[in-house]
Design a protein around this ligand. Structure first.
Ligand code: FEO
Ligand code: CA
Ligand code: CA
Ligand code: CA
Length: 604
């Protein structure tokens, strides 16, 4: 009848072409708008952004820098009102102050306090507009969490001798969270957020002489010397020779209850301490809560936690408290992957083995449960606080930088982005294996696994690579078996999300293929499995974070637009244009439907 063959629901749009524009580009028929930018008011009465005259007092009430995770929590059945929860991973000081006013070697006390206030998280009330956009309201839920916000350490390592400092002899109260990367919304309506590259904030590891402490600092990357931000000059807690345990109080999964603006956020020690990229929940067959989390470092690991107690449905205050407390008691595991092809067929080239797939089986190795350790030479509290060293000993599989990990709500399988690892197979480093099959992996891959019986609490699984990313014209790429002449090129997968049809959406960070980063959709089942399509691109220098994909809305966080620039040479002027400095911002994208109302994403 002359109609074009339609794509499958959720991914039926005309892909955007790779480009290097200083703009967010979206498919034909879609619209976009900025939701909130660095410096926009969050708390009621907050001052408007004034780039030339920024103060710490203003920044504490305004949207922070370098937005990463985005959570959208509906407050009504049709999603009219939503709480928007966003992380502010880190600060890029040379871009945050007018030309000539920031000296990297000598930041002022006020500039450092601005950076403290620009870290953390923001919670804002939003309303969906008739035309499709998302508008921020000055609601009572609006909140800023910063380096100065009080957190409670909970779980089996709370109160540990490794967590006590002169400011907190209890080892249970921490000021602030930093380097919050990806995260997840829990089924009970709170947000989990991973503290990732916390090591970069701590100075003078080189002065530590105790060999055990030196080994621990080295394994977590606390290299020594002054830090790039020089915070240690303004608060001694950032100097490990002054406060040796302060660094142990970061690197956790934190939980925020956005429904209660007066709640004390939590750091969950039962989930282990490493460079948590994110944390996402699956409910096991018997109701136990399973949390997946990756450690984003070359040759680091994938973990999961399984609670002892059972999930209680709902998002009432009672349910939120009950379910949050489940994360205090359970078992922490690390993953070991075994390939099913002869080792000789995995040569680091990315050529598919003779069975046609990079795949195999795996097991979850228990590390600790409550106060019981399963690792020789480690007490339970040492497993939780120095998790990387315990996982080394347990023989976990060294992965190519595990970033976001998320269970697919439709097919129940788990998906992990392994962003890249240029050191794979280098001299003195681990060689390629079937789960990380390329030497000098520049473009990353996407891993899919199925817990035995589909049960999140299982201790074994089967796995396969869904995507081996890169230029589809190159022989070392694989797109789930889909014809490669029909896919969008994709490089350096970072964050993952699912739409309501179970299609995987992937945002990227660090595209090596010569164009800007972006957001991609890919069906994971049926005839279009592996059909990667680019939904949007982000401006020059930015990575794409978030994302959130609902029935009729896509949200992405545009992080570090113009990265590497300065006010004198900004590289990007997005989103304000003209000669403005770039501002990390949240962008809403929707399909223009009938009568101006938003239509379904990826449907025609
Ligand atoms: Fe903050 Fe692993 O990206
Ligand atoms: Ca195989
Ligand atoms: Ca990330
Ligand atoms: Ca990344």
């Amino acid at each position: 009848n002359g109609r074009q063959r339609h794509g499958i629901p959720g991914t039926d749009f005309d892909p955007v072409r790779p480009n290097t524009a200083d703009a967010v580009t979206i498919p034909e028929g879609y619209r976009q708008d900025i939701v909130i930018r660095w410096g926009d008011p969050v708390l009621p009465g907050a001052p408007e952004f004034d780039f030339a005259n920024q103060t710490a007092a203003a920044q504490e009430q305004q949207f922070g820098y370098n937005n990463d995770f985005v959570g959208l929590i509906p407050q009504d059945p049709i999603g009219w009102f939503n709480l928007l929860v966003v992380n502010h991973e880190y600060t890029s000081e040379p871009q945050m102050f007018p030309a000539g006013s920031y000296d990297r070697d000598n930041p002022t006390a006020e500039q450092v306090r601005i950076a403290w206030a620009a870290h953390g998280l923001s919670v804002v009330q939003t309303v969906r507009e008739f035309g499709g956009g998302l508008r921020v309201l000055p609601g009572r839920h609006n909140r800023r969490i910063t380096i100065n916000t009080g957190f409670e350490l909970r779980g089996p390592a709370a109160g540990s001798r490794y967590l006590k400092t002169s400011a907190d002899p209890t080892g249970r109260k921490v000021l602030g969270t930093q380097n919050n990367c990806a995260g997840g919304v829990t089924p009970w309506g709170t947000v989990l957020s991973g503290e990732e590259n916390f090591h970069q904030y701590f100075a003078h590891g080189e002065r530590v002489t105790d060999p055990t402490q030196r080994e621990r600092l080295a394994r977590y990357g606390l290299r020594g010397g002054e830090t790039s931000r020089k915070w240690e000059r303004f608060d001694k807690r950032w100097d490990v020779t002054e406060e040796p345990n302060e660094c142990n109080r970061f690197g956790w999964v934190v939980e925020i209850d956005p429904h209660d603006p007066h709640s004390t956020p939590v750091k969950h020690t039962a989930l282990g301490r490493f460079k948590h990229e994110a944390a996402n929940v699956k409910i096991a067959e018997d109701g136990r809560v399973v949390v997946y989390s990756g450690d984003d470092e070359r040759f680091d690991y994938i973990y999961k936690f399984v609670s002892s107690g059972r999930y209680k449905k709902g998002q009432s205050r009672h349910a939120r408290r009950h379910n949050s407390a489940l994360l205090d008691e359970g078992t922490l595991y690390v993953a070991r992957f075994t390939g099913d092809s002869p080792a000789g067929e995995i040569d680091g080239s990315g050529t598919l083995p003779s069975d046609g797939e990079f795949d195999g089986t795996g097991e979850w190795i228990p590390l600790a449960s409550g106060n019981k350790s399963f690792v020789d030479g480690f007490t339970a509290e040492e497993v939780y606080v120095f998790t990387r060293l315990a996982a080394d000993k347990a023989g976990a599989t060294k992965m190519d930088r595990p970033e976001d990990i998320e269970p697919n709500p439709v097919n129940g399988r788990i998906y992990a982005a392994l962003t890249n690892n240029s050191d794979r197979g280098a001299a003195g480093k681990d060689a390629a294996d079937e789960a990380n099959p390329r030497t000098g992996n520049r473009n990353g891959h996407v891993l899919e696994w199925e817990e035995t019986g589909g049960d999140g609490a299982a201790t074994s699984f089967s796995w396969r690579l869904l995507l081996v990313c890169g230029d589809p014209a190159e022989a070392d790429t694989y797109f789930g078996g889909f014809p490669k002449d029909q896919v969008s090129p994709i490089s350096c997968p970072d964050n993952v999300a699912f739409d309501g049809y179970g299609n995987l959406w992937i945002s990227t960070d660090g595209n090596t293929l010569g164009s800007n980063d972006g957001l991609f959709s890919v069906p994971v089942d049926g005839r279009e499995r592996g059909h990667v399509k680019q939904f949007l691109t982000v401006p020059v220098g930015a990575e794409t974070c978030g994302p959130v994909v609902t029935e009729n809305l896509v949200l992405v966080a545009v992080q570090h637009p113009g990265e590497g620039g300065t006010p004198a040479d900004p590289l990007s002027h997005w989103p304000d244009g003209g000669d403005a400095q770039p501002r990390p911002s949240i962008v809403a994208v929707w399909r223009q439907g009938w009568w101006g109302f938003p239509g379904r994403i990826g449907c025609r």
